[in-house]
Design a protein around this ligand. Structure first.
Ligand code: NAD
Ligand code: UDP
Length: 339
């Protein structure tokens, strides 16, 4: 049976990816330290005969040596929300640099194919619009976002170096802003913040004047893109995955107010340091290489996300430690502590 490792599998995107891989018949090992993910995201997979969860830090070599062979490694482990990664910038760099190094060594040893989830943040505050993969970016290397931006840039460099030097089969996906069910309600990202505030009937916090733009892609589309990229047979350079529909943050706020029927309005707050002004993916490469394009529009995707937040009473989200049974790579219960 084909085995896929998903690091960061208890996170927002990773938990959807684990589900999709199980549906395709893979045996799935989720490796996650639950630093920004939640046990509840994968609780419904607990007990699945082809699913195993290992609570471990990807930085620790021992986490990798305890794993048995796999043919696919989806490497997602990394904080992704600016609030999350700026809270622990040193760990963010370490996770992105040492984590991918360990993942690549594992892939090389087991002749596995590795996919790295990089980010549109490698383009920084882009001077080219929309952003094609050929654009080298405009990143502040020492600002508060640099732990993530430079961490991911280094991760990309390591992946490409491994491919050149050792012939490791790597795929690099540059994800643009992704949203959907299982966003952590308190993660501070704009979609979760806006929906939680709207459901509480509180004004939506708008950082700056709201004229900055992003392009939001529904999580189901991203998971489809990740699988397509992993399955295509050539090692290529990075590939953008995102929805090219660009929107200002102020317009997004009004859309969330409208869809939730909230009249609380907006509360303007100071602009974030180094907040990129515009961001929109050029997805021509993904369209050509993968025959992939997003299918879920913003209104539909936001509607589904709001429904999920409502159904899970996300506005009352309690922050509490949760336990989930751990299994080792062979699916045995072992109660491993975080190495
Ligand atoms: P997330 O925070 O929900 O998930 C990340 C997961 O990684 C969490 O479950 C966390 O516990 C785990 N993790 C973090 N550090 C770890 C470590 N050292 N060892 C083991 N596990 C660790 O974030 P997400 O939005 O699901 O993002 C997943 C991936 O996609 C990340 O690599 C992120 O950089 C990338 N990405 C996401 C977006 C987006 O908009 N969601 C955009 C661009 C790139
Ligand atoms: N933002 C906002 N209010 C919030 C959270 C974010 O206005 O409560 C803005 C933020 O300043 C940025 C955009 O929304 O311009 C997207 O922020 P997010 O943290 O979701 O992701 P980023 O693309 O910045 O990594």
């Amino acid at each position: 049976m084909t085995c896929a490792i998903v690091t960061g599998g208890a996170g927002f995107i990773g938990s959807h990816l684990c589900e999709a891989l199980l549906a395709q018949g893979y045996r799935v090992v989720c490796l996650d330290d639950l630093s920004t993910g939640l046990a509840r995201n994968i609780a419904h997979l607990d007990g699945h005969p082809r699913f195993a969860f290992i609570r471990a830090d990807v930085v620790c070599e021992s986490a990798w040596t305890s794993l048995s062979a796999a043919t696919r490694v989806f490497h997602l482990a990394s904080p992704a929300s600016p609030d999350d990664y700026q809270r622990t910038p040193v760990e963010t760099i370490r996770t992105n640099v040492v984590g991918i190094f360990n993942a690549l060594e594992f892939a090389r040893t087991h002749t596995a194919r590795l996919l790295l989830t990089s980010t549109s943040e490698v383009y920084g505050d882009p001077a080219v619009h929309p952003q094609p993969e050929s654009y080298w970016g405009n990143v502040n290397p020492v600002g508060p976002r640099s732990c993530y931006d430079e961490g991911k840039r280094c991760a990309e460099a390591l992946a490409m170096a491994h491919a050149r030097q050792h012939g490791t089969a790597v795929r690099v996906a540059r994800l643009f802003n992704t949203y959907g069910p299982r966003l952590r309600p308190d993660d501070g990202r704009v979609v979760s913040q806006f929906i939680v505030h709207a459901l509480r009937g509180e004004p939506l916090p708008l950082y700056g004047n709201g004229s900055q733009t992003r392009s939001f892609c529904y999580v189901g589309d991203i998971v489809r893109g990740l699988l397509a990229l992993m399955n295509q047979d050539r090692t290529t350079g990075p590939v953008n995955l995102g929805n090219p529909h660009e929107i200002t943050i102020a317009a997004l706020a009004h859309e969330v107010l409208r869809l939730t029927g909230t009249t609380a309005g907006l509360q303007v707050q100071p602009e974030r340091t180094d907040d990129p002004r515009r961001r929109q993916p050029d997805i021509q490469l993904a369209q050509r290489l993968l025959q992939w394009r997003p299918e879920v529009g913003l209104q539909e995707g936001l509607g589904a996300t709001i429904e999920w937040f409502r159904a899970h009473r996300a506005e009352e989200f309690p922050l509490q430690a949760e336990e989930v049974k751990q299994t080792d790579a062979r699916g045995q219960l072992d109660g491993l502590p975080v190495p």
